[in-house]
Ligand binder design. Structure first.
Ligand code: HEC
Length: 290
C-alpha cells in the first residue's frame, strides 16, 4: 500500500511538470520559396524538365532514377494509351454538366461568366462567405450540396469533377498568391506542418520529401515537394482516383500517422503550402501512378 502511495505521489509530481512541457518535434524547417523561380536549386526543376538533358543527377542520387522525381512533365508523352484517368474525366464531365445545367454550379465555384479555363490554377482560395480557405474538392462538395447532391470530398465522383475542371486548365501554370492575408497564414502553417514529426515512426513529410528525394520507398522514388500538385487528381492503379488530400491520407498511413479527413483544416493548409511550391508548373492531367 505504501509503495503504491509512493508511486502515485511520484506520478502526481510528474504530471504537472509534463503538462508544463508540451512539445512537438520538428524536422529542420527549410526556407522554401513559394515560387519555382525561388532560391533553392531544387525549386528550379521545372526549368530542367523543359529540357531533360539538363536534369541534375544529384536530384535522385542516381541518374537512372531522375525521371521518377517529378515525372508529371513526362505524363502526356509518357503514357499516351488510355488509362483509368480518362474514364474518370468522362465521368467528371457528365456529373459537371448535370450539376451545371443552369450555370449555378460553375458560378458557385467562382468561374467568371461560366468560364472554366484557369479555374483550377487559383485553388485553394479564400472563401469569403465561409471565411476560410477551401481546396477545389471541398468547394465541389459544398457547391453540389447547395443543389442537394452529395459529392463527398475524397470520393471518386468528387475527384472526377475536380479532374474534369483541372483538364480545362491543361497546360496553364498553377498560380496562387500566398504573400498576404489568410493565404499567407495558411502557407506558413502548412510549411510548419510539413516539417512536424508525427505518429509512431516520428516522421515528418519532409523526412521523406526533403531528405529522401529520389530514394526508393516501397519501390517508388520519393518526389520533391515542387510541382506534384499540378498533376492531381491522379489515377492510381491501386486506388482508382486519388485527390491530393487522399494522397496525404496514404502518406500518413504509410508513415504510421493517424490520417485526417479530406477537407480538414490541417490538410488544406498543407495543400496551400504544396500548391504554392507548384506555382508556375503547368496543370497536367489525367496522369497515372502505380
Ligand atoms: C515514409 C516516407 C513518406 C512520408 C513521411 C510522406 N510521404 Fe508523401 N510520398 C512518399 C512516397 C514513397 C510517395 C510515392 C511517390 C509516387 O507515387 O510517385 C509519396 C507521394 C506523395 C505525393 C504525390 C507525389 C506524386 O508525384 O504523385 C505527395 C503530394 C505527397 N507524398 C505528400 C506528402 C505529405 C504532405 C506528407 C506529410 C503529411 C507526406 N507526403 C509524407 C513517401 C512519404
Amino acid at each position: 500500500m505504501r509503495s503504491l502511495l509512493f508511486v502515485l505521489l511520484c506520478l502526481g509530481v510528474a504530471t504537472p511538470q509534463a503538462e508544463s512541457m508540451p512539445y512537438r518535434e520538428y524536422d529542420a524547417l527549410e526556407e522554401y520559396a513559394p515560387s519555382v523561380r525561388g532560391d533553392m536549386w531544387l525549386s528550379g526543376t521545372y526549368r530542367l524538365w523543359a529540357d531533360p538533358g539538363r536534369l541534375d543527377w544529384r536530384m535522385a542520387g542516381n541518374p537512372e532514377d531522375n525521371w521518377k522525381l517529378n515525372w508529371k512533365f513526362m505524363d502526356p508523352p509518357f503514357n499516351q494509351t488510355v488509362h483509368g484517368g480518362h474514364f474518370a474525366l468522362d465521368r467528371g464531365e457528365e456529373l459537371f454538366r448535370a450539376l451545371n445545367a443552369k450555370g449555378r454550379f460553375a458560378a458557385c465555384l467562382g468561374a467568371r461568366q461560366g468560364r472554366l479555363k484557369g479555374l483550377r490554377t487559383g485553388y485553394p482560395r479564400y472563401h469569403a462567405q465561409l471565411r476560410r480557405i477551401v481546396g477545389l474538392e471541398e468547394a465541389i462538395e459544398l457547391c453540389a450540396a447547395r443543389q442537394g447532391r452529395e459529392l463527398q470530398n475524397g470520393s471518386y465522383d468528387n475527384s472526377a469533377v475536380s479532374l474534369f475542371l483541372a483538364s480545362k486548365s491543361q497546360g496553364m501554370p498553377i498560380r496562387i498568391q500566398v504573400d498576404k492575408g489568410p493565404m499567407q497564414q495558411a502557407y506558413a502553417r502548412g510549411r510548419k506542418l510539413f516539417h512536424m514529426r508525427t505518429g509512431r515512426s516520428n516522421m515528418a513529410c519532409s523526412s521523406c520529401h526533403t531528405h529522401r528525394i529520389g530514394l526508393k520507398l516501397r519501390n517508388v522514388a520519393v518526389t520533391t515537394p515542387y510541382g506534384d500538385v499540378a498533376h492531381f487528381p491522379v489515377y492510381r492503379t491501386r486506388f482508382q482516383l486519388q485527390s491530393l488530400q487522399l494522397r496525404f491520407v496514404e502518406c500518413n498511413l504509410d508513415s504510421g500517422t493517424q490520417p485526417l479527413r479530406p477537407g480538414s483544416s490541417a490538410y488544406t493548409d498543407l495543400e496551400v503550402f504544396l500548391t504554392a511550391l507548384s506555382n508556375g508548373y503547368p496543370v497536367s492531367v489525367p496522369s497515372e501512378r502505380h
